[in-house]
Design a protein around this ligand. Structure first.
Ligand code: HEC
Length: 166
């Protein structure tokens, strides 16, 4: 009798642990075509693909030129658009590389808003004066961030495919 009750108890224990085990089993983690691995590994792959500050700067360099020609064209809506996108590119870059935030502070809180005001003035003379100030501040951040060899100068040649409709 004792033997049978032990057997029944044992069977219940086995069943119980089987249920527990099946509940504990995790669904397999989603895997992409090339973003694969553990959760940690996948996050690292994504972060690497987003890059650091360099791609924020490649974008800023392009938009800086577009901004300039927009001002020469008096295409103020386009100019305004480019200022907004420069802001976003730099802010996103800082989220990826927060150590650069201090050097960017003056640029984001003073230089870009001033540039925006000059666009609102709808006056190319004011715009060009501010564009010089913008350029100086691109370079001062490059000095602060120890990359002074990225010397920004006001564009001379026009590559922009966007032109104002006459
Ligand atoms: C946070 C300060 C900061 C500001 C503000 C800034 N830059 Fe930069 N810039 C950098 C740093 C740092 C690099 C080097 C990036 C790297 O090493 O990842 C760089 C690199 C560049 C590059 C080279 C990118 C490449 O990889 O080819 C260009 C172009 C550039 N900046 C343009 C500009 C222009 C134009 C402005 C102003 C509208 C500007 N930058 C404002 C910090 C700044």
């Amino acid at each position: 009798m004792k033997f049978y009750s032990l057997l029944v108890k044992g069977a219940f224990l086995l069943l119980y642990s089987a249920i527990l085990f099946s509940c504990n089993q995790k669904t397999p983690e989603a895997q992409g075509k090339w973003i694969k691995g553990t959760e940690q590994e996948k996050i690292e792959i994504i972060e690497k693909q987003f890059r650091g500050f360099d791609n924020a700067m490649v974008e800023t360099g392009y938009r800086y030129q577009e901004l300039y020609w927009a001002g020469q064209d008096e295409n103020w809506e386009y100019a305004d658009y480019q200022i907004e996108k420069i802001k976003i590119a730099i802010e996103n870059g800082l989220q990826r590389r927060p150590k650069r935030a201090q050097s960017a502070e003056h640029f984001l809180t003073y230089v870009l808003p001033e540039m925006k005001k000059s666009v609102e003035s709808r006056d190319t003379v004011v715009f060009n004066k501010n564009f010089q100030m913008l350029t100086t501040n691109c370079n001062s951040c490059h000095v602060m961030e120890k990359v002074p060899f990225f010397t920004v100068k006001v564009p001379i040649d026009r590559q922009s495919p966007i032109k104002k409709i006459e």
